[in-house]
Structure formats: C-alpha cells, structure tokens
Design a protein around this ligand. Structure first.
Ligand code: FMN
Length: 124
C-alpha cells in the first residue's frame, strides 16, 4: 500500500491517511457578514476523505480584511456558520484545522501562525 494511505500522528491528531488538503480560500463568504455561504458545507464535505483538511484562511478580527469574499470567525454568528461545515466533515469521517488569515497577524501576535498551540506542536 502506498505510504499516502498509511495512518500518521500529527501533533494531537491521528490521521487515517497522509493526504492533507492545502488551505484554499474560495471567496465564498457573505460580503457583509463574512459568514461562509451554505455551499461551503458541500465543498468541504466532498473533501472529507483527506487525512486532514486545512481550511481556508479565516479572519480573526473585524479590522482584518484581505480580499472580497474572505470568511471570518471572530463573531459568534460566524462561528455558528462554520459549525455545520465542521459537523458535515466530521459526519463524513474527516477532520479540519482552521487557519487564521495572515492579515490577522497583529491579532495573533508578532510571530503569526506559530503563536497557535496546535501549529506550535506540529512545528517542533
Ligand atoms: C486560489 C488559492 C487560494 C489559496 N488560499 C489560501 C488560504 O486561504 N490560506 C493559505 O494559507 N494558503 C492559501 N493558498 C496557498 C495554497 O495553500 C498553496 O498554493 C498550496 O499549499 C501549494 O503550495 P505552493 O503554491 O507553494 O505550491 C491559496 C492558493 C490558491 C491558488
């Protein structure tokens, strides 16, 4: 069997295979609320057989804006809009890792992504 289909431990996660989906922003969030649109559920659910989905960059503050259609996750309504997505992926047997958008570095800290405990665990 190809090594791609063998399980792997990545930080706290045990992945059933070594296929990782790269983060790909698809500009499918509502322009004003910045909540992911309903079709984003289908988009991620269709890719749930990957060992890990690294979801698109999501903004973590109201001030953080990088491009039209970019999603955010700093407001409770946005969190609620992401829930059906993660639930659909989990129901299909998959896992997701959210990534903060690079335009949010001033919120995440001057070291950016590495401030986040999960990525720290993976990086070291
Ligand atoms: C349309 C598109 C959207 C992307 N969106 C994101 C994103 O939201 N977050 C991110 O970290 N990288 C993003 N990327 C970068 C991809 O993850 C990256 O291209 C991929 O990991 C392959 O790496 P490479 O371009 O260095 O070969 C995006 C790339 C493309 C083409």
């Amino acid at each position: 069997m190809s090594v791609f289909y063998q399980p792997a431990v990545l930080g706290a996660l045990t992945l059933p295979n070594r296929i990782l989906m790269a983060p790909l922003g698809r500009a499918r969030a509502h322009e004003e609320t910045r909540q992911p649109l309903p079709r984003v559920v289908t988009y991620y659910q269709q890719r749930a057989s990957a060992g890990l989905i690294i979801s698109e960059a999501t903004h973590v503050s109201a001030e953080s804006v990088s491009r039209p259609g970019g999603s955010a996750i700093h407001h409770n309504a946005q969190v609620q809009a992401w829930l059906p997505i993660t639930e659909a992926v989990h129901a299909a047997g998959g896992r997701t890792l959210n990534t903060p958008d690079e335009a949010s570095f001033d919120v995440g800290g001057d070291q950016g992504y590495i401030d986040y405990p999960f990525l720290q665990a993976v990086a070291h």
